[in-house]
Structures are given as C-alpha cells and as structure tokens.
Write a protein that binds this ligand. Structure first.
Ligand SMILES: [Zn+2]
Length: 402
C-alpha cells in the first residue's frame, strides 16, 4: 500500500484528492509521510498550493494543483495533402507538395503557446521530412523566445499505424518508405528528451478524451473518435488509455473492405477509404461533373446545402457508419466523436444513420454520436498529453524524486 509521491501526484492531477487530508484518507499514509511526499512534489516544481479548499474543523486545508514549471512539449502533426491518385501518376512528386506538418509548443495544461505550419512531402520519405521538422522546431522555439532546455518532451503524429512495442511505423498503407524507420531516434538526436510517435487518429482521440475535449463529462468510459478527412481512421480510448492493438493497427478502419470498385492508395480495391474518404469524394464529385477541388470547397458547398455534395457526403457517411457499427458492437463505447475536415452535420447525421442501421439497439442505447470539440487542435492537445502523462506517470515521478 506504499503510495509514493508519484501515486499522490495522480490523485492530485485527477482531482480525486487535492488536500493533505484527502490524500491521507485516499492513501492511508500517516500525516507525516503525506506531508513529506507532497512537500517533495512542491519542491520539484510539479505541484503548487492554490489557496484554501474551505475550512475543515478550523484546520488549514490547502488545495494543491498540478502545475509543472519545466515541461513544455514540442508537438508535430503530419498530414497528407490533397493528392488525387490519378494526379500522382501524371504529375509525379509535385503532386504531393501539399502535405503539411503543423508544429506547436504546448504547455502542460494543453494551451498552445506557439504554432507554425510547414509544407512537406511525405512521399519523399523520412530522410527528407525529419530534418525539415526538426529545423521547424528550432525556428518555432527561437521565434517564441523559448529555450530548448524548457522542453520536457516531443510528440509526433503520423497518418499510419505505430507499433506500440518498437514505436515505429508499422507497414503504413499510405506512407511508403516510412515503415520501421527510426523516427523517434532521429528526433532524440536533436532533442534529448523522451520522444513519442503516435497515430494521428489515436492522438486526436486522446485529445478529445481529455478534460478539454468532447468526452470530458463521461471519462473514463470507452471512447471512439473517427477522423473523416482525406483518409479515414479511428482512435480508441479504453480504460483511460489509447488502445493500440497488437501492432498498432487498432482503429485502422479505412482499409476495411466495403465491396466497392475504387482502387485505394494502399493498392487494394474496395477499401472504405477509397469509397468514403475525402480524396474519394473529390474524385466521385469530379466524375459527376462537379469542379470542387479541395476539402475546404467541399465543406463550403455542404454548408450551403448543395444537393450533389450533400448526397455524396451522406452516402459516404452511411458507409463509414456501417463499419463503425461493428466497432460499437465490439467496444460498447459511451461516445463516438466525429472529427476531421469533413466533420460537417451531413456527415455526422449519415454516420449516425449508418451506426443505428448496423448495430443492435442495445449497443446504441447509451451511445452519444457528435462532433469533436477541439477542431484541428485535438491532435496537438492529444500529443502533448501523451508526453505529459509519460513524464508525470507515477513511476517516472518516483524515479525522478529518488
Ligand atoms: Zn486501402
């Protein structure tokens, strides 16, 4: 029952116990031991006193909050751009030039202190993209006047599965050349702090699962986020942690076969992404005579109620919902949150219809299906939280405080 300082920190962070008396009651430790361990957390700059929690029998009952003084996080989200499969073959590498990396410095509470966006070419491979990202981090820190010594962790997201054992991309269907490449090691060579590599939908799900996001009032019930953008993916949070599966493939719903004819970027036919992802929607609209060229235009047309766009979005969302019905049947989540550039009302409604048509009523009785709360920042917030959770885990704190 020896609750160390690290365990006490978890009580304070979660709000389960924030005064010395509450910690004493929660842990069964002696008054002296509780005082010593909380003093150590204060001395280390991890928690601080934050005023009186209210009188309890006339005794001082100071409230403590998690507020680390030295733990900014550098985050970067890699996002694939608007390349259409046929454009890629006719225009060569130029067609990939609209991939982006969004970089940010995030504080331990999830506030974005500085951000920047870089054009990158994911297809050029990690040898080309990683140095760009690292230089971008240097520029971001210099521009914000933040010293690299204030950085306590780095976290990156990629649009592909990440193996939870070796922390490398695991046969990414849409990132050729990145599989098993040592991204984490390359970042650590520049920033000597813990480095995390995450799947983008996983990072978004974790961001929305925090007290800042759409799942905040039902934590820690099982939580599912579906990202509807150029491509499709889902992130799962189970028992308060990202559920990654055996090799990082959990939630990779974009390549489930839904029986269509379209060729997917992964090379197979019939993938959900090839039928219902943003890239597929632009292609289908083009074939139907529309000249919509980007997801932003697609969104704008949807908001204006364009009949062709709305019909295509509803068709796509229905397919996504039918696949998510299986996810709902397996996981029985409390929340299904729709995120990404195409999380518009027509898509959310179509997903809801698909889930309700495909799942048994029991599985949807308590399910909430709705839009994400954090918008495109969810991935950045989620990445920062991954790094902060790791840096301030009970084990890490106990090791640091000796
Ligand atoms: Zn595929």
């Amino acid at each position: 029952m020896a609750a160390g300082a690290g365990e006490i920190l978890q009580l304070i962070r979660s709000g389960r116990a924030t005064t010395r008396i509450q910690v004493l009651e929660a842990t069964g430790l002696s008054r002296v031991t509780v005082a010593q361990r909380m003093d150590a957390l204060v001395a280390a700059g991890i928690v601080r006193a934050a005023g009186d929690a209210g009188a309890t029998g006339g005794r001082r009952s100071e409230r403590f909050v998690f507020d680390p003084t030295d733990s900014l996080v550098l985050v970067a989200a890699l996002e694939l751009g608007q390349t259409l499969p046929d454009a890629a073959s006719s225009r060569g590498s130029q067609a990939h030039s609209s991939d982006t990396a969004v970089l940010a410095v995030v504080d331990p509470h999830g506030a974005l202190l500085a951000r920047a966006s870089l054009a990158v070419d994911v297809a050029a491979g990690p040898e080309a993209v990683l140095p760009q990202l690292l230089d971008g981090f240097d520029d971001l820190l210099a521009g914000a006047g933040i010293k690299p010594a204030g950085i306590g962790g780095v976290a990156l997201s990629v649009p592909g599965p990440v193996d939870p054992h070796d922390h490398r991309l695991s046969d990414p269907p849409v990132m050729p050349g990145w599989g098993a490449w040592p991204v984490v090691e390359a970042v650590r060579a520049r920033f000597d702090v813990p480095v995390h590599l995450e799947n983008d939908a996983d990072a978004m799900a974790y961001g929305e699962f925090t007290e800042l996001g759409a799942g905040r009032d039902r934590r820690p019930e099982p939580f599912v986020l579906v990202k509807v953008s150029r491509f499709l993916g889902a992130g799962l949070v189970v028992d308060g942690r990202t559920y990654r599966g055996t090799d990082g493939g959990a939630g990779d719903i974009g390549h489930v076969d839904v029986g269509g004819d379209a060729v997917c970027r992964c090379g197979r036919r019939g993938c959900l992404a090839a039928e219902a992802g943003g890239t597929a929607l632009l292609r289908r609209l083009g074939e139907a005579g529309s000249d919509v060229g980007s997801l932003a235009e697609l969104r704008a047309l949807a908001e204006r109620g364009d009949a062709l766009v709305t019909a295509e979005l509803e068709r796509a969302a229905g397919l996504i919902g039918r696949v998510l019905a299986v996810v709902v049947g397996v996981l029985n989540p409390a929340d299904l949150v729709v995120a990404g550039e195409l999380a518009v009302p027509a898509v959310i409604a179509g997903i809801r219809a698909g889930v309700y048509a495909g799942a048994q009523p029991r599985a949807t009785a308590r399910l909430r299906i709705r839009a994400a709360a954090l918008g495109p920042d969810a991935v950045l917030v989620g990445l920062a939280r991954v790094a902060i959770d790791d840096r301030f885990s009970a084990e890490a704190v106990d090791a640091r405080l000796g």
